[in-house]
Design a protein around this ligand. Sequence first.
Ligand code: SAH
Length: 383
Amino acid sequence: MDKNFKEEFTQIIKFEPPLYKQRHQFVKDLVEKYKPKKVADLGCADCSLLWMLKFCSCIEVLAGLDICANVMKEKMHTLSPLPVDYLQPSERSLTVTLHHGSVAHKDPCMLGFDLVTCIELIEHLEESELKKFPEVVFGFMAPSIVVISTPNSEFNCLLPRVMLYRHPDHKFEWSQAEFQSWALETARCYDYSVEFTGVGHPPTGMEKVGFCTQIGVFFRKYPQTRESVQSEKPMEAVYKTVSITIKISVISVFKAVYPSLKDEKYLQNAVINEVIFTAQIIKHRFMSKREEYSDDPERKSKFQPSMDCFSDYLGKVVVEKNMEPFVSGNEVYIPLTTIFSFPKVNRLCGSFEKLCKLIAGKVTLSSDGSAVMFNIEHENEEN
Ligand code: SAH
């Protein structure tokens, strides 16, 4: 290569966004495209990719594995649920776990994943570990998709300050041909197909060097294996088996179970809140209408509360007579059928029976249990 040409580029190559972000974005795009439910990040380091992936709504299980516990622990707190996750539990369930161990060892806790990511990992592996790696990832874990990224050594001539390798812990850096031949052979052995791509475009005129980071995306060609289904068993049971029968090679260092509406406890809270909120809205509109009519004695006699004023909420729902709110004595009654017809309540509960079951004993109801009851006298005093 022309020396001047090279020097010109080494001055100006700066990736925007930074290369690590482009790699993580690549994985996120892949997740959004294939919607895996269970994702494992091997060599997860400071958990930054895992943190980004926890916002992907399709993911229900996220796991990280690294041989260095300290680097994982540094920011693992960022994987814990936040107060807002408790205030507004998500509809999906999400469990995040971190394991301390090596990708050169098979461990049951690493089974059952749909997508396994190995971002800038393989170049950190010793020769003996690299030899075992394909059997662990493609043979044992056998997910439907594996993403492997690694530096492209052909790009190094354009990077200032890179003498031999880009990082002191790298054991090797491969050219495009070296990576592709390893990847194709691995794919052939374990019945996967592989597609090559990358992030970090070379400058114009230097396309031949390829991407700064080369990426192989592997797709399993055969259906789910028996072993991968096995991990559907509860984690604890698997761990017990591990501790009794074989030496523990992987240690669990973190587990966070996010609050989810799939958990009856959180669903009940959400339904109670939504029922009370909806009932308040209905009551408020009903009472304002009623007051409007009561100002005019002629209109008062004609007062007909109508659910029509909720047409924006109710859409095409047919409002029956028994869905109207009504006043009796000092109480105003909002029928549960009306509340159930509001889309959010309807979606949360799924059925009217479920709604009744979830709010029983938690919301003040009419004696027959068919309506939410508010005392208006009490309210007028407060006002
Ligand atoms: N994946 C991270 C960075 C990877 S750096 C990212 O996307 O930013 C490589 C990581 O692999 C390091 O954290 C290192 O501790 C880990 N590692 C090295 N050898 C390993 C092994 N045998 N098993 C698991 N992790 C390993």
